[in-house]
Ligand binder design. Structure first.
Ligand SMILES: Cc1cc2nc3c(=O)[nH]c(=O)nc-3n(C[C@H](O)[C@H](O)[C@H](O)COP(=O)(O)OP(=O)(O)OC[C@H]3O[C@@H](n4cnc5c(N)ncnc54)[C@H](O)[C@@H]3O)c2cc1C
Ligand SMILES: NC(=O)c1ccc[n+]([C@@H]2O[C@H](COP(=O)([O-])OP(=O)(O)OC[C@H]3O[C@@H](n4cnc5c(N)ncnc54)[C@H](OP(=O)(O)O)[C@@H]3O)[C@@H](O)[C@H]2O)c1
Length: 269
């Protein structure tokens, strides 16, 4: 096919309606789909969709779309009037440096279809949900919390969020304020690279520190027990491996529909 015969690129179909930068490498972006609702169709909290932009290097384009596309977990609840994403700038990445150039009013592509099985679909009501994330891996849990909070969907939700530095603790205000009002929500932020001594007074190290049985039982007021807990792991694939190994010693097993267990996983790379 010659250049003249290339199919036209997928049209941009969405607009940035809000951008909040937490630091130079992390932001929350709100996007409205063209059309009356501004939203995606109905989706299950925990699912993801794709964002795309014309690439700097045509070799980065996905298929014949003419756009570089990547999957992103949805942080908003299905009923919200636009779609929220929690994003990390990846140095030399194909898409994120382009997303970082966007301002309110700018256009991008958002896939209408949502996908993914990292949801509560296989989890019965009344469990203790232990949501463990690194970096922007918090996003699917924000969507679940916003959608299901107050419905009796869980007995407890324990949000363990591991980041490098304090300003990476996206959604901290929302989570701290909800945890103050709601005894079913426990928020355990962990920082790995805050200087010591320094202003950070919270937990240091990796998320595994918050899952040490004695620490967990004291912080949460209940044991980390595979009979009662379902664990969701999202973000850095090495964290997912480390936590899976740690929890195997307590009797936790990966979940599949065929072999039900207690560990659900979403690897970001
Ligand atoms: C199901 C799913 C949901 C995702 N949801 C989110 C989300 O909500 N927020 C978000 O910021 N990202 C999310 N990602 C990652 C996202 O799809 C992109 O991979 C990321 O934004 C980098 O894209 P890029 O084109 O800039 O980098 P690329 O050119 O694709 O380079 C990616 C490479 O950078 C490295 N890398 C370092 N840090 C990260 C990181 N945090 N994420 C991905 N790769 C990294 C990896 O080695 C990876 O192979 C998700 C990924 C998956 C599979
Ligand atoms: N240019 C910059 O200065 C800059 C700054 C920040 C981020 N970035 C980009 O952003 C990308 C992603 O950064 P991110 O901070 O969101 O994600 P990340 O590198 O996955 O770090 C998030 C948290 O996960 C921890 N972690 C790493 N390996 C782990 C393991 N095996 N088990 C448990 N926890 C583990 C990290 O601890 P550790 O501190 O021990 O790694 C950190 O606390 C980087 O790869 C980089 O491209 C760039």
């Amino acid at each position: 096919m010659t250049d003249a015969e290339q199919p036209p690129p997928t049209p941009l179909n969405a607009t940035v309606v809000e951008r909040v930068d937490h630091n130079p490498f992390q932001m929350v972006l709100r996007v409205r789909m063209d059309g009356e609702s501004g939203n995606l169709g109905p989706f299950e909290p925990g699912q993801f969709t794709n964002l795309g932009l014309p690439p700097r290097d045509p070799a980065h384009a996905s298929g014949s779309s003419g756009l570089v596309k990547r999957p992103y977990s949805i942080a908003s609840a299905p009923a919200e009037p636009s779609v929220e994403f929690f994003l990390r700038l990846v140095d030399n990445g194909a898409l994120t440096p382009l997303l970082w150039k966007l301002a309110v009013g700018d256009r991008l592509w958002m896939e209408q279809r949502t996908v993914g099985k990292f949801t509560l679909a296989d989890v019965p009501d009344g469990k203790d949900l232990v949501m463990v994330s690194t970096g922007t891996g918090l996003a699917p849990f924000v969507s679940m919390l916003r959608h299901y909070r107050g419905t009796g969907r869980w007995n407890r939700m324990v949000m363990v969020h591991g980041v490098r530095i304090e300003s990476d603790l996206g959604y901290r205000g929302e989570l701290e304020s909800l945890a103050q009002q709601d005894s079913q929500l426990v928020y355990l932020p962990v920082c790995s690279r805050e200087p010591e001594p320094g202003p950070w007074q919270g937990m240091r190290g990796h998320v595994m520190a918050a899952l040490e049985p004695e620490f967990y039982a004291k912080a949460v007021g209940a044991p980390l027990d595979p009979e009662q807990c379902q664990v969701f792991l999202c973000g850095n694939p090495q964290m997912i491996e480390s936590v899976e190994t740690q929890l195997a010693e307590l009797g936790f097993r990966p979940h599949t529909r065929k072999n039900p267990g207690q560990i659900h996983k979403e690897r970001y790379w």
